[in-house]
Design a protein around this ligand. Structure first.
Ligand SMILES: [Zn+2]
Length: 158
């Protein structure tokens, strides 16, 4: 049974959850922002271009749950294998964009959507490499009414 893996990316601790790996209760209990992900774990665990990660801020606790997104043609099953045998390198994460689950209310139709929104502020991921290395498009219009979402920073609608 596959488990979460502790690794270092750019020298910072990252807990990596491969596709299909459940978040263990012991880690969930130490994660501060899990309320944002209520009911989403099985969906996120199966997204082909996404992997769940737990990161720390300045202190070792608590953990914070985020989602790394890669371009849709990235072979993340191979990354899962490299992580499992401790062979992943910083380069494996160069094309990833960090995102967090959020509720957003569309200003056009006032429908509340759950999205994965761009997150700039959590090392070792974030601004610096993502514009250059990660050609992932933002969701630019509401899937319900078509209103512009250009300022929302939504990377995926859940
Ligand atoms: Zn809308």
């Amino acid at each position: 049974m596959a488990k979460p893996v502790d690794l270092l990316v750019r020298g910072r601790p990252v807990v990596y959850l491969a596709a299909g790996v459940a978040l263990p209760d012991e880690l969930a209990a130490r994660t501060a922002n899990l309320d944002r992900y209520a009911g989403l774990d099985s969906q996120l665990a199966l997204m082909p271009n996404a992997r769940r990660v737990l990161l720390t801020s300045a202190r070792p606790a608590p953990l914070f749950h985020y989602v790394l997104l890669w371009p849709s043609d990235t072979a993340l099953d191979l990354l899962d294998e490299r992580v499992a045998r401790a062979a992943a390198t910083d380069d494996d994460f160069a094309g990833a964009i960090l995102a967090e689950a959020r509720h957003v209310t569309c200003l056009g139709c006032e429908v509340v959507h759950r999205v994965l929104a761009f997150e700039a502020g959590m090392p070792p991921f974030g601004v610096g490499s993502w514009m250059r290395d990660a050609p992932i498009a933002f969701v630019d219009a509401c899937p319900s009414c078509g209103a512009s979402w250009r300022t929302l920073g939504a990377l995926a609608v859940l």
